[in-house]
Design a protein around this ligand. Structure first.
Ligand SMILES: C[S@@+](CC[C@H](N)C(=O)[O-])C[C@H]1O[C@@H](n2cnc3c(N)ncnc32)[C@H](O)[C@@H]1O
Length: 238
C-alpha cells in the first residue's frame, strides 16, 4: 500500500523490498534517518503496560542488516543516521563501516528513567554516518542530545522517539525541501519532524497498525494535540 502526498510518500511493506524498488527508480535522498529493530528481542516495558506481548517485528535477528546497509548507501547522497542499542553497536558499526565513515556516535539522553533496578536504561546510541563529510548548522553541538522520553501513557509505539530529538537531527544535517527517508518508520515520528521542519519525507513500515498510525499523524496536523487531550482525559478517569 502507498500513500502519496506533496511532501511525503508512505509505503506499507518490507523496507528491503521497497528500497529495491526505489533504487531501481533511481531515487536519491538527502539523508536516511531511521530507528531499526535493535536485534535484542525487546520485551515490552512492563507487565501491565499497553505494549504487553507486542514484540517489534524483526527484533529477534539482524539478518537484514548487510542488505539494509548496501541499500541505504545506494539511496543516500551522503548522510545516514541510525539509532542503535548498546548490545549490538559492534555489529552495526562493523557492517556500516564497510560502506560509510562513522563520524560520531551520539547519545540520546532520555533524561528520565522511572523506577526499577539499578543501571536502568537512560540513553540510546545514534550512529552518525556519511560518505564524505558532515556539516551542522550550529557551531557548538555536544554529542549528547537531551530530550525527555515520551511518558508511557502517551506512547503510540513501544520504541517511539521524541519528535523534538528528530527535528534537532534533521535541522542540523539537512536543508529545507531536502528529502529524508525512514525505512523503519514505526508510528511516523520522523515524518512528523520532517513536516515540522519543511523537509520532504519517505517512510516505510511493515506493521499495518503502525503504518495506519503514521498515516493519521501525517495526514492530520491536529493528531498529536488530540491524542494528548485523550490521554489527559484518560488519566483523570483512571
Ligand atoms: C524501533 S521501531 C521504530 C519506531 C519509530 N522510531 C517511532 O518513533 O515510532 C522499528 C520499526 O520497524 C518495523 N519493521 C521491522 N522490520 C521491518 C521491515 N523489514 N520493513 C519495514 N519495517 C520494519 C517494525 O514494525 C517497527 O515498527
Amino acid at each position: 500500500m502507498e500513500v502519496i502526498k506533496d511532501s511525503y510518500k508512505l509505503y506499507q511493506g518490507d523496507c528491503l523490498e521497497v528500497m529495491d524498488e526505489l533504487i531501481k527508480d533511481d531515487v536519491k535522498v538527502d539523508m536516511i534517518l531511521t530507528d531499526p529493530p535493535y536485534g535484542i528481542n525487546l520485551t515490552p516495558q512492563r507487565e501491565n503496560g499497553k505494549f504487553k506481548n507486542t514484540k517489534v517485528i524483526n527484533d529477534n535477528n539482524l539478518c537484514w542488516l548487510p542488505k539494509f546497509v548496501n541499500q541505504i548507501y545506494a539511496l543516500t547522497k551522503n548522510t545516514a543516521i541510525i539509532f542503535c542499542a548498546w548490545q549490538n553497536i559492534d555489529k552495526f558499526k562493523i557492517e556500516l563501516e564497510k560502506k560509510f565513515t562513522i563520524k560520531n556516535i551520539l547519545v540520546w539522553n532520555k533524561d528520565w528513567f522511572g523506577m526499577g533496578n539499578n543501571y536502568r536504561p537512560n540513553y540510546e546510541l545514534i550512529l552518525l554516518c556519511c560518505k564524505t563529510n558532515i556539516t551542522t548548522k550550529s557551531k557548538n553541538k555536544s554529542n549528547i542530545l537531551t530530550y525527555r522520553r515520551i511518558p508511557p501513557q502517551k506512547l503510540k509505539h513501544s520504541c517511539e522517539k521524541p519528535v523534538g530529538l528528530l527535528e534537532d537531527l534533521i535541522y542540523e544535517l539537512t536543508d529545507e525541501d531536502d528529502i529524508v527517508l525512514d525505512s523503519f518508520m514505526g508510528s511516523g515520528s520522523t515524518g512528523v519532524a520532517c513536516l515540522n521542519t519543511n523537509r520532504k519525507f519517505i517512510g516505510i513500515e511493515l506493521d499495518e497498525n503502525y503504518f495506519n498510525i503514521a498515516c493519521d499523524r501525517l495526514e492530520n496536523p491536529m493528531y498529536e494535540q488530540n491524542q494528548n487531550k485523550i490521554n489527559d482525559r484518560q488519566k483523570t478517569l483512571f
